[in-house]
Design a protein around this ligand. Structure first.
Ligand SMILES: [Ca+2]
Ligand SMILES: [Ca+2]
Ligand SMILES: [Ca+2]
Ligand SMILES: [Ca+2]
Length: 621
C-alpha cells in the first residue's frame, strides 16, 4: 500500500474527511510536543530505562581556570568538590587544556534538581549533570547444573565456536597482559581464578599508600562502592565474567578461560548490580592508571553522558582497549557505554551462531560473541550458566588479551580493527547491524586472517550517534540505505530547494512502516501496510525533514530503503506535480481503533498522556 506525502499547501485540496484527519494529526503532535518536547510518532517506543541518579550530589564540569579550591568557595549549595579525574588522567587533561569534571556533594536540603538549576547559572560551571546510575544488563539464569565438579571444558561450546584450541597453539596468553573486569567484584580466591588475579606490586598492607596512587593498601584492586580495598564479589556477575576471560586452564577443575592473562578486580557495582557513573568513572581510571591494557565492561543502560564520553575517549587515547556489552533489551540501539566512540561494543550469539533474542543491535554494534548459556565461575567456588551480552563481552576481552599477548606493541585501535576484520561473518554478507562484523574468532584474530568477503567496517558510532531517536536522526542525502529495524530508525534529509521525494522501503519479513515528518515532528505521510514494503512520495518545500522506519509491534526486519529526489514543477515549486497522486485514504490515521474510542478530539489527551509513559501507541488501519 502506498501513502502520499504533501506539504501544507496540499491540505486545501483534500476531501473534507481527509482534512479532518490531517487536523487530528497536527493537534496530536502538538500535544505530544508540549508534553515531551521532541518530535515523535505514534509507534512502539521503548520506555526510557535506567534514568535513576544518586541523591545529594551532581557532576560538575569546571572551566580550566577554576581550581577546585576557589570553585568550592563560590559554588552555592555545594558542600565539597572532589576531582573526578585521576592524577594521570588529570595531568593528561591539563596538558590538553581540557576542562575537568568534579563530583559535587550538595548541602543538606539541596535537591539534585535545584542544584542542576543553580549551578548551571554559575560562570565557572560549564556543565552540570546528575550522577546517573548504571547497572549490569540483567543476566539470564539457565537451568544448567551449578555444582559442576569435573572439568567442564566440553560444555564450553563458546570455546569451540571461537576456535580457542587452535588459537592457544599460537598464543595461550601472557600474565603481563592485565584485563580489568569493571563489575560487581571478583571472588578472588575462587580455585579457578586465584592464580590469575592482579596484585599491586608496589603496595603492602601497612595503612600507607605505598605507591602513591591515591588508594591505601590497594593490594588487589579497589571497591568503589564501599571505597575500600576489598573488591570481592557480593553478586556473582563479575566473577562469572572474570572466568570467561581467564579461568585457569589445565588445572584439573572447572572451566577454561579464553586467555591465560591477569584479571584486575575493580568493583563499581553493588550487590544488586547498580553503580553511579562517578564510581564507574573512577574505576575505569583506576584500571588504566594501574596497568590494565584491556577493560571489560559488562554494564550499561541509560543515556549518553558527557563526562563518560570524555573519560572513555581519554582512556582509549592512552592505548587501553575498552570493550562493552551492547545491552539485553532487544533494542535496535546499542546502550552506553558501548555506544561511545572507540568502544568495542559486543552483542551475544548462541550455540548455533544465531543472535540472542535479548541482544541489542544497531549501527553502533562492533562485533558478536557467544553469550547464551555460558558456563563460568561464580562465588562459592562453583560454576553456573548465565546468558547475556555481559557474557559475550568478556569473550571479546579474552581474545583481545590473546592478541595483545602475542603482539605487545599493537595499539588499542589496531586490536579493535583486528578483531572485526577476522570475525566470522554472520547474517547479511559483510558488516551488518545485527551481528556487527560477525562472531569473534580467536584463531583468526591471532593469525591475522581477514574475512574473505570483507566489507567496509564502520568504526563504532560516534556518540551519541545511534539514529534511534529523532534527536539522533542520521543525516542522509538521496541514495540507498540498509539496516535492521527492531523498534525505530530515524533519518534526516535537508532540501536546499523544493523537490519531489520518492521513498521506497522493502524488507523480506516483519512489518516495518515508513513515516515522513517535518522538522517539528508533524507527520506528513505514513505508509503502514502489514508487510515491510512501503512507499511514500510527494513534493516538499525547502527545509529539513525526518524519515522514520518503525517496526510494528516488534516485528523487526532487515530492510533496504531508496530515497530519491527530483525537481518539482519549476513553474510552481512546492506544489504538487500534476502527475503526482493526491493523498488517499491510506494517509488517514485510525486513532479510534487504537484507543478504543469512537472518534475525534477527546482521545487527544489520552494519546499525549500515553506517549509520556512510553506506552505502545500506534495508529493502524
Ligand atoms: Ca596505593
Ligand atoms: Ca600500603
Ligand atoms: Ca580450570
Ligand atoms: Ca554480516
Amino acid at each position: 500500500m502506498n501513502a502520499t506525502l504533501d506539504n501544507a499547501n496540499l491540505e486545501s485540496k483534500r476531501s473534507p474527511s481527509l482534512l479532518a484527519a490531517a487536523t487530528v494529526i497536527v493537534v496530536s503532535v502538538m500535544a505530544i510536543n508540549s508534553a515531551i518536547a521532541q518530535p515523535t510518532i505514534p509507534m512502539v517506543r521503548k520506555a526510557s530505562s535506567n534514568m535513576n541518579y544518586a541523591a545529594g550530589r551532581v557532576l560538575v564540569k569546571m572551566t580550566p581556570t577554576a581550581s577546585a579550591a576557589t570553585a568550592k568557595a563560590s559554588l552555592p549549595g555545594v558542600r565539597s568538590l572532589e576531582g573526578l579525574t585521576s592524577k594521570a588522567a588529570g595531568a593528561n587533561a591539563k596538558a590538553t587544556g581540557r576542562p575537568a569534571w568534579f563530583l559535587a556533594e550538595l548541602n543538606d536540603g539541596v535537591t539534585v534538581e535545584q542544584a542542576l538549576q543553580t549551578l548551571a547559572a554559575e560562570p565557572s560551571v560549564l556543565s552540570v549533570k546528575p550522577d546517573f546510575i548504571r547497572s549490569l544488563p540483567t543476566p539470564i539464569h539457565s537451568n544448567a547444573n551449578s555444582s559442576a565438579a569435573d572439568p567442564n571444558e566440553g560444555q564450553q561450546y563458546a570455546l569451540e565456536r571461537i576456535e580457542a584450541a587452535a588459537a592457544w597453539q599460537m598464543e595461550a596468553g601472557q600474565k603481563s597482559v592485565v584485563v580489568a573486569v569493571i563489575d560487581t567484584g571478583v571472588q578472588m580466591n575462587h580455585p579457578d581464578l586465584s592464580a590469575q588475579m592482579w596484585k599491586n606490586p608496589n603496595e603492602t598492607a601497612n595503612g600507607i599508600d605505598d605507591d602513591n596512587n591515591g588508594f591505601v593498601d590497594d593490594l588487589n584492586g579497589w571497591n568503589f562502592v564501599s571505597n575500600n580495598n576489598n573488591p570481592n564479589d557480593d553478586n556473582e556477575h563479575g566473577t562469572h565474567c572474570s572466568g570467561i576471560v581467564a579461568a585457569t586452564r589445565g588445572n584439573g577443575q572447572g572451566i577454561a578461560g579464553t586467555a591465560n592473562v591477569t584479571i584486575m578486580a575493580v568493583k563499581v557495582l553493588d550487590s544488586q548490580g547498580s553503580g553511579a557513573i562517578s564510581g564507574i568513572l573512577r574505576g575505569v581510571q583506576y584500571a588504566a592508571d594501574n596497568g590494565a591494557s584491556i577493560i571489560s565492561l559488562s554494564l550499561g543502560g541509560g543515556s549518553f553522558d558527557e563526562a563518560e564520553a570524555e573519560l572513555y575517549r581519554d582512556v582509549i587515547a592512552r592505548n587501553v582497549v575498552v570493550i562493552a556489552a551492547s545491552g539485553n533489551e532487544s533494542a535496535n540501539e546499542v546502550g552506553y557505554p558501548a555506544a561511545y566512540e572507540g568502544v568495542i561494543s559486543v552483542g551475544a550469539t548462541d550455540i548455533n551462531d544465531q543472535i540472542a533474542n535479548f541482544s541489542n543491535t544497531g549501527q553502533g554494534l562492533s562485533i558478536s560473541a557467544p553469550g547464551v548459556d555460558v558456563l563460568s565461575t561464580v562465588p562459592g567456588s562453583t560454576y553456573a550458566s548465565l546468558s547475556g551480552t555481559s557474557m559475550a563481552t568478556p569473550y571479546v576481552a579474552g581474545v583481545a588479551a590473546l592478541v595483545r599477548s602475542a603482539n605487545p606493541s599493537i595499539t588499542a585501535a589496531q586490536v579493535g580493527q583486528r578483531l572485526m576484520d577476522s570475525a566470522d561473518d554472520l547474517g547479511m554478507p559483510g558488516y551488518d547491524t545485527v551481528y556487527g562484523a560477525g562472531r569473534v574468532n580467536a584463531r583468526k584474530a591471532l593469525a591475522n586472517e581477514t574475512n574473505p568477503n570483507p566489507s567496509p567496517t564502520p568504526s563504532p558510532t560516534p556518540a551519541p550517534g545511534n539514529n534511534t531517536t529523532p534527536d539522533t536522526a542520521l543525516p542522509i542525502q538521496a541514495g540507498d540505505f540498509s539496516g535492521t529495524c527492531r523498534s525505530e530508525l530515524w533519518y534526516s534529509i535537508s532540501l536546499s530547494r523544493a523537490a519531489k521525494i520518492d521513498i521506497t522501503l522493502s524488507g523480506s519479513q516483519g512489518d516495518l512502516d515508513l513515516y515522513v515528518m517535518d522538522a517539528s515532528g508533524e507527520v506528513l505521510a505514513a505508509s503502514e501496510s502489514e508487510t515491510s514494503f512501503e512507499s511514500v512520495s510527494g513534493n516538499l518545500a525547502t527545509g529539513q525533514y525526518l524519515i522514520a522506519v518503525a517496526a510494528y509491534e516488534g516485528k523487526s526486519a532487515s530492510f533496504t530503503m531508496s530515497v530519491r529526489t527530483s525537481a518539482t514543477n519549476p513553474g510552481n515549486p512546492g506544489n504538487p506535480d500534476p502527475d503526482f497522486p493526491l493523498p488517499d485514504d491510506d494517509f488517514e490515521p485510525d486513532m479510534g481503533e487504537m484507543c478504543g474510542a469512537t472518534s475525534g478530539m477527546p482521545m487527544l489527551a489520552m494519546i499525549a498522556g500515553l506517549m509520556g509513559f512510553g506506552t505502545t501507541v500506534r495508529r493502524r488501519k
